[in-house]
Design a protein around this ligand. Structure first.
Ligand code: PLP
Length: 416
């Protein structure tokens, strides 16, 4: 009880006094209807799905079905159906299911030099079973050198799996060119959209994606614990499910169902999470006020706002400290081909101390360290010390960035 009161106060403060610049980790605030939708479900009926023969269960099933349809529209998966949308807890689980279910001894995989551990750890685990991988190099700003990929191809290369944008420095990968490369060489293509879903338009068909992994709690602004993947039938047929169990369907059989989505959705799903994601997607759709391409229109304005903030933040740092003696911007110094994630180093001050003091003295929340992407830091020249990361969302304001810039300058000794 006591700790609940403290937590309650903390979250109230987070709404009022704090400046949240850790959107790349998880978004805050969530989309407007999310909290109420989750609350209404949990307090109103909280029925299970695919198991109960009563009206309340059917209505929740309908909303889950609609959420699948929303995701098909969001990611332009026009040849897919609702069953091709699989719910999991997050991108990490999605990538584990996809990679561990697909890859066999002898298979070879290409990744970029900027990957998150959500891709790298499953792959490194799989190397113990005879899977191998190569990293397509990136330059010191995280730009992919796709022209170097052909030399890495082997007869056993089966797949390219990569992130859409770096969670360390924001650099966006040339996904259309990667998709074309995969088409040309008969490779499967799986995309990790953790840092872009909800802010950048992603067209599964145009990119020739075989599967797209998403997480609900970042740019989509839904709750934590809900994510998933969209997958083509041809790829789904090649994947052995990592998990199995009851699905409420084909209960006469002890075999894993062959049909989607049940094949990859054993057990009671995260219903509050799916309904929260449904609410977030509905908010995104409605925000455009435009019934045509509504997701795209909303995302364009969110992205424009986030790029305005990114430009503002970087330009002010560069103006304050041209040679990066106190605050050094890592990666790109402009807004070309990037998302709203900015990493810096503070050469005159321990970065963990800077992050602590930003929070303690100014109420500014950031993230420090390697951000689960050690090789990205090797590429950017920031390994092993890592970076202090600032990331912005649709409700971040330039006034908040002014406070952060002022605080950074004061803490690092650049300005008192
Ligand atoms: C690029 C990238 N991939 C994967 C993930 C993992 O996302 P989740 O923790 O939601 O599974 C993250 C999280 O920060 C990320 O930035």
């Amino acid at each position: 009880m006591f700790s609940n009161i403290i937590l309650g106060e903390f979250f109230m403060n987070m709404n009022t006094n704090k400046i949240y610049l850790d959107q790349a980790s998880t978004s805050f605030p969530k989309a407007p209807s999310v909290a109420k939708t989750v609350y209404d479900y949990l307090s109103g009926s909280a029925v299970n799905v695919n198991r109960g023969g009563y009206l309340a269960a059917y209505s929740v099933e309908e909303q889950i079905f609609e959420t699948r349809e929303q995701l098909l529209r969001l990611f332009h998966f026009s040849s897919g159906k609702g069953k091709n949308v699989i719910f999991t807890e997050n991108i990490t689980t999605s990538l584990n299911v996809l990679l561990k279910g697909l890859l066999k001894p002898g298979d070879h995989v290409l990744v970029t030099a900027m990957e998150h551990n959500a891709v790298m750890r499953p792959l490194v685990q799989l190397t113990k079973n005879g899977v191998s991988f190569d990293r397509i190099p990136c330059d010191s700003e995280g730009n992919l050198l796709l022209e170097k990929a052909s030399a890495l191809l082997r007869p056993s290369t089966r797949l390219v799996v990569c992130l859409h944008a770096s969670n360390v420095c924001g650099t966006i990968m040339p996904v259309q060119e990667i998709g074309n490369f995969c088409q040309e060489h008969g490779l499967l293509f799986i995309l990790d959209t953790a840092q872009t879903a909800g802010t950048i338009d992603i067209d599964m068909e145009k990119l020739h994606l075989d599967a797209l992994a998403f997480t609900g709690h970042k740019g989509l602004r839904g709750p934590q614990g809900i994510g998933g993947f969209l997958i083509r039938n041809e790829l789904a047929a090649q994947i052995e499910p990592l998990l199995s169990g009851g699905t409420g369907s084909a209960s006469h059989s002890e075999e894993v169902p062959a049909f989607l989505p049940d094949r990859f959705e054993p057990g009671t799903p995260n219903i509050p999470g799916i309904l929260g994601l449904h609410a977030a997607l509905s908010d995104l759709e409605k925000a455009s006020g435009n019934p045509e391409n509504s997701y795209q229109v909303s995302m364009e304005s969110i992205f424009a706002h986030e790029m305005m903030l990114t430009r503002y933040f970087i330009e002010h740092i560069l103006e304050l400290d041209t040679d990066g003696k106190f605050i050094k911007v890592i990666g790109k110094k402009n807004t070309d081909n990037r998302c709203a994630v900015v990493s810096v180093q503070t050469p005159q001050m321990d970065m963990a101390q800077a992050a602590y003091e930003l929070d303690d003295r100014y109420g500014i929340m950031t993230r420090v360290g390697l951000h689960c992407a050690p090789n990205a830091h090797r590429t950017l020249g920031t390994y092993p010390e890592g970076t202090l990361r600032f990331s912005f969302g649709p409700e971040t304001t330039s006034q908040e960035l002014d406070t952060a810039l002022h605080a950074l300058a004061a803490l690092t000794g650049l300005k008192s």
